[in-house]
Design a protein around this ligand. Sequence first.
Ligand SMILES: [Zn+2]
Length: 381
Amino acid sequence: MTAKTSKSSILHPGDKAEGKAAPDESLVAGGDTSSRLLHFITDDVPKSGSVEEIADGVFWLRFALPMKGLNHINLWALKDGDGWVVVDTGIANRESKEIWTKHFETLLEGRPINRVICTHLHPDHTGLAGWMCRKFGAPLLMTRGEYFLCRLMAADTGRVAPREGINFYKKAGFTPDQIELYKLRFGGFGKAISELPHSYDRLVDGELGMIGGREWRVVIGSGHSPEHACLWCPELNLCLTGDQLLPNISSNVSVWPTEPESNPLEDWISSCHKLKSVLPEDTLIAPAHGIPFRGAHSRLDKLIEHHEKALDRLYEFCHTPRLATEVYSVLFRRPITDGNRIMAVGESVAHLNCLKARGLVSRRLNDAGQFTYKSRPLGTE
Ligand SMILES: [Zn+2]
């Protein structure tokens, strides 16, 4: 852990290598609704545009999202002296801007936003960061992996799908029609965000910064995105967890064409263990989706178990060689459609890459140029 930083920042330049690729918003596959052991702060589902103070100076803002499954996001406004710190910003559309514009006058009482923090790169978190930073002359704070990947993905907007992407999905087992759909939809990321500022302040794991006179610590996880920042305030016993820890859904953990041999699922499982070692069980978890809750350890245990059981089922299923596109039924409860296939196949490859890294499956290229995965007998190299 580094020493406490100056009052105005929660960041430090550093030299950690940037993380792996991870594109658009996810959270579709492998939903896990088991939350009986969690203690939610309310039974009511707030309306879009609502505000609630969940701890001293920490305000919970609810915004609608224009997606069918994931229809809302929680954003956070933190009192900071004469100004405010905003954590995550919402997707870049007219409705979100209208809600923010109202909050600027009412909740924020016309006071400035002095820092904009984004937990990770996905558009529902970064969408209005550029707009807000420019409006208030505020710095953007992100981890290096998230900032640069966000810039990179926005730069793909309007470009044609790359050969590497087409090959990745062909090897996974996509049909020609599914490849065409991938090509058609490629490069849409930048349409959901306002342009990010061309410089940022880097968040580093373990770093302490001051917000509203209290110390907040950066806790970084990986798997859903390369270098996701959670913000933990021990004094308030509160952690803003973004998509790294959610109460009702299992965050999407995918392999993407930019880094086809990556193993984000092992990163994700390791991050769950890390969060469990850092956060007390009774910490108030303020997630990006769902209702704030207590019961961090129960939830993290459940998430680990959820993926380990999926790996076990997948291992059994691959005694007969399988393509990545043939394992959906083992991993997901909901049907796979044109709307969620990219995330489903990404999550399938993530589980297969994890089994492969653990030495439990072998992978071969078949005569059609597709990868098949076959379970290895236990105890072999
Ligand atoms: Zn996300």
